[in-house]
Design a protein around this ligand. Structure first.
Ligand code: SAH
Length: 258
């Protein structure tokens, strides 16, 4: 949900959920990027346990389910409306035997040590922080298990002040790709792959669908200052991306627990 928590902390969370529930994705991403990340992961079997943390309404959960032949997938998100929507889609697609959505928090996992084969998390680890998330999740992964996450990253060593200030306020843990890779290694993973998500993950798949969602939302909550402020923030996010996309983006990092 684009790292907005700190800036609109007083905004009604139920309204944010309503807005994002109306969208297919709650963050930048694509089917192709999910599949590319999945291609670096081997040995998925009947017994494999895959956990998708901060799944939102589950765009990537469904891609994972439809492109793995075996294993169970548990998708976890803090917000019940997202999980309800995902579970409806799972049922519609007859995937309920292998896939389920569950309400829960990524920093309070109900798993045993060395139990999970793959932890997936697209556009969500920032909620607890990249380093904290990687360190905390590692104990639940089996040795040789994988973590696959997308994380906001700088593409260059230097950047204009306007975009630095925006991100420093939204998510100060944003860092360069070599630094993120070093953090993943330090947390006890071999970095199997990293790749930058293509621009369409942000534009066609996130900011463009947001335009009509914002219009509907503004009409419904006409005169509500918090809603206007929230939408203005989302618009700023989109315009800054357009202006500074050479300097930052989402990077997929795939690590294997040592
Ligand atoms: N993976 C989805 C959603 C990304 S948005 C996608 O790429 O479309 C980030 C998600 O993290 C939101 O759905 C938000 O509800 C969820 N989230 C925030 N804090 C969380 C926490 N502590 N535990 C689990 N999910 C959380």
């Amino acid at each position: 949900m684009s790292n907005k928590e700190q800036t609109i902390h007083d905004f009604d969370i139920a309204l944010i959920c309503e807005y994002f529930s109306s969208m297919e994705r709650q963050g930048p991403g694509s089917t192709e990027a999910t599949l590319k990340a999945l291609s670096f992961i081997d040995n998925i079997t009947e017994e494999s346990k895959i956990v998708d943390l901060g799944c939102g309404t589950g765009a990537q959960t469904i891609v994972l389910a439809q492109n793995t032949v075996a294993g169970s997938i548990t998708a976890i998100d803090l917000f019940p409306p997202f999980i309800d929507k995902l579970n409806n889609n799972i049922k519609k697609l007859s995937l309920q035997d292998r896939v389920k959505g569950v309400v829960g928090s990524m920093d309070n996992l109900d798993y045993k040590e060395n139990e999970i084969d793959i932890i997936w998390s697209e556009g969500a680890i920032y909620n607890i922080g990249f380093e904290k998330g990687l360190n905390y999740w590692k104990k639940f992964l089996k040795k040789g298990g994988y973590v696959a996450v997308t994380e906001a990253s700088w593409f260059t060593e230097e950047r204009p002040k306007e975009i630095f200030d925006f991100w420093n306020n939204a998510y100060p843990e944003i860092d360069t790709i070599p630094n993120k890779i070093a953090q993943m290694q330090k947390a006890g993973y071999v970095v199997v792959a990293s790749f930058i998500l293509p621009e369409i993950c942000w534009t066609d798949n996130f900011f463009t669908p947001a335009i009509s969602a914002q219009k509907i939302f503004l009409e419904k909550y006409k005169g509500n200052k918090s809603v206007e402020e929230f939408i203005n923030y989302e618009k700023l996010h989109a315009s800054l991306y357009d202006k500074y996309k050479d300097y930052y983006g989402y990077v997929f990092y795939i690590g294997k627990k040592i």
